[in-house]
Ligand binder design. Structure first.
Ligand code: SF4
Length: 279
């Protein structure tokens, strides 16, 4: 059994929070560049400005966006790994330190229906854990801004509902909320499982690299079809019109109950930030 100390988790998480907020994912940046080549007019200008913003942030070590998000953390914990100390507390402490040292905005409030006081250190983070084989700890941090989080949706379909109805739900969600979610968007879709599982799948699907093909052929076809239809909505970069409303549609599926068909959509803005490490 391999052992790691809470301190190394704290420092790794702190660094990841800063890196994720200063440096955009390479695949997202590349995809924005490609989109810029096929756009013209205002759409081209919007993408050029976004790309300049990304470069300035990386060069000057400042956040890509003022909304530095609620920290969403995916932990893959090797079953042959022992953590000395409290794993969850170590992650929360890392977020606390990372947001403070990186001068990242604290956006988390305590009681959603109460006084909504800012907790002052961007904690608590949202932590998803998964037990895997091996003796390593994989940590992925996604700072999630709420301009796009608010554009998300979930619906419990009937197993008899048609594919057309499901596609319409996804497309109409983007049509309705997409313009306020800072497009070009990355659309995460979770299909199956339970109410909460499909939401988690939708979020997790955002971690898949843009352009990386879905292993499942049917999902891959659906991703392609949805992306085409979403891009024909004409919302465009920054909502100014154009061909690029979304950069990708990523679908994740999971077996579900005979009586149900849960579908969740989790939307990310162009600022799809993510950093990960293995310790
Ligand atoms: S939706 Fe994204 S780009 Fe827009 S303000 Fe929020 S974090 Fe920033």
């Amino acid at each position: 059994m391999r052992m790691i100390y809470g301190d190394s988790i704290v420092s790794t998480v702190a660094k990841l929070c800063i890196t994720a907020n200063y440096k955009l994912r390479t695949d997202v940046k590349q995809s924005l560049k490609i989109a810029g080549r096929r756009e013209k007019g205002l759409a081209k200008y919007a993408l050029k400005t976004i790309l300049e913003n990304i470069d300035i942030a990386a060069k000057e070590h400042i956040p890509i966006c003022q909304d530095t998000g609620m920290a969403v953390v995916f932990l893959e914990i090797g079953q042959d790994l022992q953590v000395k100390g409290n794993l969850i507390e170590a992650v929360q402490e890392g977020v606390r330190i990372g947001y403070k040292n990186g001068y990242l905005r604290s956006s988390v409030i305590d009681e959603p229906l109460g006084e909504r006081r800012n907790t002052g250190d961007n904690t608590p983070a949202i932590i998803h854990t998964n037990i895997t084989a091996g003796d390593k700890l994989k940590i992925a941090i996604l700072p999630k801004g709420f301009g796009s989080e608010n554009a998300s949706a979930l619906q419990m379909f009937k197993p008899t509902d048609s594919m057309k109805k499901i596609e319409n739900f996804i497309i109409e969600t983007v049509r309705k909320y997409g313009p306020n979610a800072c497009p070009p968007l990355i659309i995460g879709v979770g299909i199956g499982g339970t109410f909460e599982k499909c939401a988690e799948l939708a979020k997790k699907s955002l971690t898949r690299q843009i352009g990386k093909l879905n292993k499942d052929l049917n999902s891959r076809k659906l991703e392609k079809r949805l992306l085409k239809k979403i891009n024909s909505l004409g919302i465009g970069p920054a909502g100014l019109g154009g061909k690029t409303t979304a950069l990708a549609v990523n679908i994740e599926t999971y077996p579900t109950h005979i009586a149900g068909l849960p579908i969740a959509i989790n939307i990310s803005c162009w600022a799809l930030r993510q950093a990960q490490a293995v310790i």
